[in-house]
Design a protein around this ligand. Structure first.
Ligand code: SF4
Length: 330
């Protein structure tokens, strides 16, 4: 849940999720639409599908228990090298490295690495550096024999959490707090006066604007909606009929005709803006009151009452449009 999402946003989702699906077996057996409804609004729905696949894997291959070995954790759906390293080190104190945006920033500054961390060779170098740090923290048998008083229990967990936390709270992208920083004496970027140059992430990808016309089509107290097909982004979620429009085609009645093969008045309803990766998306929603039936070509759509709409999982932007039509004045 926390991938790409802030803690304060996640907390109510987490609490509801744990009430409804309190263990791995419950998650493994849950119907997809129930999962999507519980996840509705968090976005990046691949995460919830992977979570269920991982739960099913745990039930069938590990008797419902979470594995301790790094390779077994890495084999779970949706778990990459970073997440497997975080689980293995934080939960089980294994000497597994982690490398996320925060750790990259700390390491490139601490060691004054000037190459772009997105380049393959530099990325490999950073993983090796992170591995050396966590391995150095791991308790060693001979050391434990000589100086058991100096062994720090949970040291692998602690060093990885320290690196992430340092990047999140002290060594921030803008205005890093170098003065009180606990590793300032070892920081090459600080010594060389290059803190603001690092990490060298190269030019930012330019944002692309996209615009959609969305139609809240109403007939006899029911609304026209469709479920997104399998194999595309946000698969299985519900939405109102919509179509991307380009510079030459921005008349809503023309979009409606193209989408549903009907002519009707389109009343502006609301505008919803959101961002997905590098896309700045504007959904212009229009209300359409339909008297006639839709042509048969539009069987992929179905009619649901407002109460029924609220039972379905909607994409984030369309959930906001649904909230708009659910207001008392509408
Ligand atoms: Fe980051 Fe400054 Fe600390 Fe170096 S001294 S690790 S740049 S906060």
């Amino acid at each position: 849940m926390l991938q790409q999402t802030q803690v304060k946003t996640v907390i109510p989702y987490w609490e509801r999720w744990m009430r409804e699906l309190p263990d791995v077996a419950a998650l493994a057996a849950a119907p997809e639409q129930r999962l999507l409804k519980l996840w509705e609004g968090l976005g990046y729905y691949t995460r919830v599908r992977n979570l269920q696949k991982a739960a099913q894997h745990l039930v069938t291959k590990h008797a419902g228990q979470f594995p301790r070995a790094f390779a077994d954790v890495l084999a779970l759906s949706g778990v990459g090298r970073y997440t497997a390293g975080a689980i293995a080190s934080i939960a089980f104190n294994a000497p597994a490295p982690i490398l996320d945006g925060n750790v990259i920033r700390v390491l490139t500054r601490l060691f004054a690495i000037t190459e772009n961390p997105r380049d393959k060779a530099t990325n490999t170098e950073l993983w090796e550096l992170a591995a050396r740090l966590v391995e150095a923290a791991a308790p060693r048998q001979h050391f434990a024999f000589c100086r058991p008083d100096l062994i720090v229990s949970g040291a692998c967990s602690a060093i990885n959490q320290s690196l992430m936390e340092l990047g999140a709270t002290v060594c921030t992208p803008q205005n890093p707090q170098c003065l009180p920083c606990p590793v300032r004496a070892h920081c090459a970027a600080h010594r060389e006066g290059r803190v603001n140059e690092l990490p060298n992430l190269g030019p930012r990808a330019t944002a692309t604007s996209r615009e959609f016309h969305t139609f809240v089509v109403e007939r006899d107290g029911k609304y026209l909606v469709t479920q997104r097909p399998a194999g595309i982004v946000n698969a299985g979620l519900w939405e109102f009929p919509n179509l991307e429009v380009t510079g030459r085609n921005k008349i809503p009645a023309a979009t409606l005709q193209q989408l549903l093969q009907v002519s009707a008045h389109c009343e502006p309803l609301c505008e919803v803006k959101h961002t997905i990766t590098r896309y700045r998306i504007t959904q212009r929603a229009f209300r359409v009151v339909l008297k006639a039936k839709l042509p048969p070509a539009e069987e992929r759509f179905c009619w649901l009452t407002l109460a029924e709409l609220h039972q379905q999982p909607f994409t984030s932007a369309h959930k906001r449009i649904l909230a708009r039509i659910s207001q008392p004045s509408n």
